[in-house]
Design a protein around this ligand. Structure first.
Ligand code: ZN
Length: 113
């Protein structure tokens, strides 16, 4: 499962951070997840619950911030939300579109107790 390996690497990072800051309890983990990462938020939350069970991180609150897929037209500079993977500029109909949002997947914040 895609989400399980992501959950695992998130936990690795959280544990590294905890060790680095000498923190033994974490109350909230805030994640930023782009729409284009193909991560299902509910599934990721579920996997995080699974792998934190019986660890010091059990019961940690996970908050997900979803970033919609956003494109920028290379021809006219217009930024717009990409709906149904239509990579076409609504202003000038150009197909030269780069993705500027929606591919993110990172830990925004870890809140220690
Ligand atoms: Zn355009």
């Amino acid at each position: 499962m895609h989400e399980m390996s992501i959950a695992q690497s998130i936990m690795d990072i959280v544990q590294q951070e905890m060790a680095r800051h000498q923190v033994s309890r974490v109350s909230v983990i805030r994640l930023v997840v782009g729409e284009f990462t193909a991560v299902v938020p509910d599934s990721l939350t579920f996997c995080l619950e699974l792998i934190t069970k019986d660890t010091p991180l059990e019961g940690v609150q996970v908050e997900l911030e979803e970033v919609p897929l956003t494109g920028r037209c290379k021809a006219c500079g217009q930024e717009f939300p990409i709906v149904e993977y239509r990579f076409v500029c609504p202003e000038c109909q150009s197909g030269e579109v780069e993705t500027v949002g929606g591919k993110e997947l990172y830990i925004k914040e870890i809140e220690a107790e």
